[in-house]
Design a protein. Structure first.
Length: 284
């Protein structure tokens, strides 16, 4: 696509290798599975590491086959696939840019071909770039952040829609920054506001078809995104300390929210947002 902004993987180290991060994020499910997603097929973007990996591991433990969509961290994606397969489920890995509509179309076609259907769509992939002043945000960065964080959700949901039947679930990843704001993440926070509005509007659009749409708004979570360039050094030094719990969260503390919204436990919920954020009170 000639008009597509290229991923900004040369500006910093994003999206970042979990294999190189110390200490390692805790992705492992904490409890035995109970078959809540038995026989389901899930697509998870950004599933190579961080929250996406934790969601993939938990979904697999609960019985789902998983398509792992990611940008370019091949070693991390293979590790996530191994985690899914150790749970006795099928895993496929698909590398590409969710901000590219053609990639989204190809990815969904591959999922249908190899896994036989699509029941759960988790729009988790995102990028962020800290800037202290709004004038420091280049047009390229602004366009790229929106391309990944919200355009990508539209493109993948559009590709998935013909395959989603009654009982399917879509879960989008928004952020506590949508509710609190973030003085160093102006463009990122703006996309998260768009994601929340997208979630509520898409829910209204699809609820009559028996398809539920919800979101999760994590607080500061220890993943490769922030230490690989998504946060300033000053913020990283005290990452998560401002939460009431006084620490950052781990990916496996967020994944259960994605599980709840994907399974029948949440059968009477649509258009809602869950807030695993360390105790921060938000109006949302």
């Amino acid at each position: 696509m000639t008009d597509q902004q290229q991923p900004m993987i040369h500006e910093d180290n994003l999206p970042g290798h979990e294999s190189e991060l110390e200490p390692k994020p805790d992705w492992a499910p904490r409890y035995p599975g109970s078959g809540r997603l038995q026989g389901k097929v899930a697509v998870i973007t950004g599933a190579d590491s961080g929250i996406g990996r934790a969601v993939a591991a938990l979904y697999a433990r609960e019985g789902a086959d998983v398509a792992i969509l990611y940008l370019c961290e091949h070693d991390d994606a293979k590790k996530t696939a191994e985690i899914v397969e150790r749970e006795g489920r099928k895993a496929i890995i698909i590398a590409g840019d969710v901000g590219d509509r053609d990639f989204c179309d190809r990815a969904v076609a591959e999922v249908i071909d190899k896994l036989g259907g699509l029941d759960i769509l988790v729009n988790n992939a995102g990028e962020q770039h800290p800037d202290k002043d709004i004038t420091d945000i280049s047009e390229e960065q602004l366009r790229r952040t929106f391309q990944t964080n919200i355009f990508g959700m539209f493109f993948l949901t559009q590709a998935a829609r013909p395959h989603l039947k009654k009982g399917a679930a879509i879960i989008n990843c928004t952020s506590v920054t949508m509710y609190q704001g973030s003085k160093e993440l102006l463009d990122y926070s703006s996309t998260k506001g768009a994601i929340t509005a997208f979630t509520r509007s898409l829910s209204e659009n699809l609820v009559g078809e028996g398809i539920r749409v919800n979101a999760v708004a994590p607080g500061p979570i220890w993943t490769p995104l922030n230490p690989s360039g998504g946060a300033s050094e000053e913020k990283l030094e005290h990452f998560g300390e401002s939460t009431p719990m006084g620490r950052p969260g781990q990916p496996n503390e967020v994944a259960p929210s994605f599980l709840f919204l994907a399974c029948e436990d949440a059968s009477y919920m649509s258009g809602q947002v869950l807030h695993p954020n360390g105790g921060t009170i938000v109006n949302g």
